[in-house]
Design a protein around this ligand. Structure first.
Ligand SMILES: [Zn+2]
Length: 62
């Protein structure tokens, strides 16, 4: 599985499923290049921060 993050500045970073899985069988997603994208735990969700233009995107957990 691959997810692609594309910032409005065109910075594009892929998150891909690594070989390891957690105790529930869920794959861990690894960031292709963490110099270009940082994922931070926010209040009730995650924040994706583009390291090119410093724009942040907040994703709420449901
Ligand atoms: Zn950006």
């Amino acid at each position: 599985m691959i997810l692609t993050f594309t910032c409005q500045c065109s910075n594009e970073v892929q998150l891909y499923a690594a070989g390891d899985r957690d105790e529930h069988g869920r794959y861990w997603l690894d960031v292709e290049d963490d110099d270009r994208l940082t994922i931070i735990n926010g209040e009730g969700g995650s924040v994706f921060r583009c390291e090119f233009c410093k724009q942040s995107y907040r994703l709420l957990a449901t």
